[in-house]
Design a binder for this molecule. Structure first.
Ligand SMILES: Nc1ncnc2c1ncn2[C@@H]1O[C@H](COP(=O)(O)OP(=O)(O)OP(=O)(O)O)[C@@H](O)[C@H]1O
Ligand SMILES: [Mg+2]
Length: 305
């Protein structure tokens, strides 16, 4: 017997008049996962989230939240989700406390002052709880959106670029809070253009490009498959010729001929150091770990490094 997926889309398509935003995306997110959806601008991330959250109708294929089809059982599916939208939309006439009270009511949860205080504290808005929303700064409005998405304890939380435009402190606090929400049993789906966030937080990442899924795996697996650890050596004066043992290792020199890069071997690092010892005038040496950013750029055909 298989566990019901937190989110499952099968061959999901969304055609807009000028563009096919989703070209058949099949994706299954397990309960309790922190899942990152990555992709360049216009890839279809927000469209995918919007279909799953019942805001946009799919052209073809299906989407379900905890087994509830988002079209046929729209209300049941909608009640299970919390969404931090990419665009800041808010009602300027309410205070954060009032907005959260309405949000709980809207989702059929009994308004609970202690819960509201807890969520306001988590997003750092306690001292603005009773200020009109129109008096909040841009980052504070985004914090309020995050609070609204979480206050009713949704089973699946969608965070569509929640950290765009928020300060370093909230970013750190938010991710700590996201981990806590997951520990309490929720599933988290996030998009971000800060790939180090996805690398640190996500159990699995999906990369979509032009409406299609192009990679899906654990960050470590993607790094092992597509990334390469390298050693970088800087020389005090230009290198005349690349020593053959280093050339055989796939080492390259840059245009200045003062920076040499070589793949870092999985075994036999001492042998590599011996080969490097032949170089004269080494002034710096470091290893470079592959990052999810490099993998992402390689996969999506963006500029390398
Ligand atoms: N309401 C809409 N009407 C028509 N086209 C749309 C609409 N919303 C999105 N699109 C188009 O669908 C494609 C996917 O857009 P989407 O917003 O899903 O991308 P995204 O991956 O979220 O990008 P970003 O990283 O910039 O947020 C784009 O080509 C976009 O122009
Ligand atoms: Mg988007």
């Amino acid at each position: 017997m298989s566990v019901v997926a937190a989110v499952e889309t099968v061959a999901l398509r969304k055609r807009y008049p000028k563009v096919e935003a989703l070209r058949g995306v099949s994706l299954r997110i397990e309960p309790g996962e922190i899942f990152a959806l990555l992709g360049p601008n216009g890839a279809g991330k927000t469209t995918w989230i919007s279909v799953v959250c019942g805001l946009v109708r799919p052209t073809d294929g299906s989407a379900a939240v905890m087994g509830h089809d988002v079209v046929r059982e729209a209300m049941a599916a909608r009640r299970l989700v919390g969404l931090v939208p990419q665009e800041v939309v808010f009602d300027p006439f309410f205070t954060p406390r009032e907005a959260l009270r309405f949000q709980m009511g809207y989702f059929g949860v009994r308004p609970d002052g202690a819960r509201i205080d807890e969520v306001l504290a988590a997003v750092g808005l306690s001292d603005k709880a009773d200020t009109n929303a129109r008096e909040l700064s841009g980052g504070m409005k985004r914090r309020l959106l995050i609070a609204k998405a979480l206050v009713h304890r949704p089973k699946v939380v969608f965070l569509d670029e929640p950290t765009a435009g928020v300060d370093v402190e909230l970013r750190r606090d938010l991710w700590a809070y996201v981990r806590r929400v997951r520990a309490e049993g929720a599933t988290i789906v996030l998009t971000t253009h800060y790939l180090e966030e996805a690398e640190q937080l996500a159990d699995r990442v999906a990369v979509i490009d032009r409406g299609a899924l192009i990679a899906l795996d654990r960050p470590a697996t993607l790094l092992a498959r597509h990334g390469e650890k390298r050693i970088r050596v800087e020389l005090g004066s230009p290198l005349e010729a690349l020593p053959p043992p280093l050339a055989a290792r796939g080492a390259t020199v840059d245009a200045s001929r003062r920076v040499l890069e070589c793949p870092f071997p999985a075994h036999g690092v001492s042998d590599l150091l011996c080969d490097l010892a032949a170089l004269q005038g080494v002034v710096d040496l470091r290893t470079e770990q592959p990052s999810l950013e490099q993998v992402f750029l390689a996969l999506t055909g963006g500029e390398k490094r």
